[in-house]
Design a binder for this molecule. Sequence first.
Ligand SMILES: [Zn+2]
Length: 158
Amino acid sequence: MYRIGIGYDIHKLIEGRDLIIGGIKITHEKGLLGHSDADVLIHALIDAMLGALALDDIGTLFPDTDPKYKNIDSTILLKHVFELVKQHGYKIVNIDSNIIAQAPKMMPYIPKMKEILCKILNVSADDMSIKAKTKEKLDAVGQNLAIEANAVVMLEKI
Ligand SMILES: [Zn+2]
């Protein structure tokens, strides 16, 4: 039996924050604003996994009013959600995702992101896709005010 889930996230880009995407620090003059480390890709992945299981979403599971999650490394949240996937008797078949940012260029960082995420989620590199897009200078993302991510996850009952 298969289940599919979709995830989306957006965070505002501001000065004075580290830019953390896909579990790695990216060199940039701005970072993403959020209660956690604001890892937009991991948050989209988490919501895709929770959505596939029809569970509560990331904001309900890890409320931004809880001081416990302040500046938390999102890979910790991802590991927790992957445990939920396993507890429900599923494994990940494959993942597809987009990071949508006008700047900086994501491409050089994608192999390392894949390595980190594949290890946490127990999938091979062949089953993990991370694509980098821009917004062609349109809207808030295109104006360098925010970064977005989408993710789709397919689960299979073990
Ligand atoms: Zn988020």
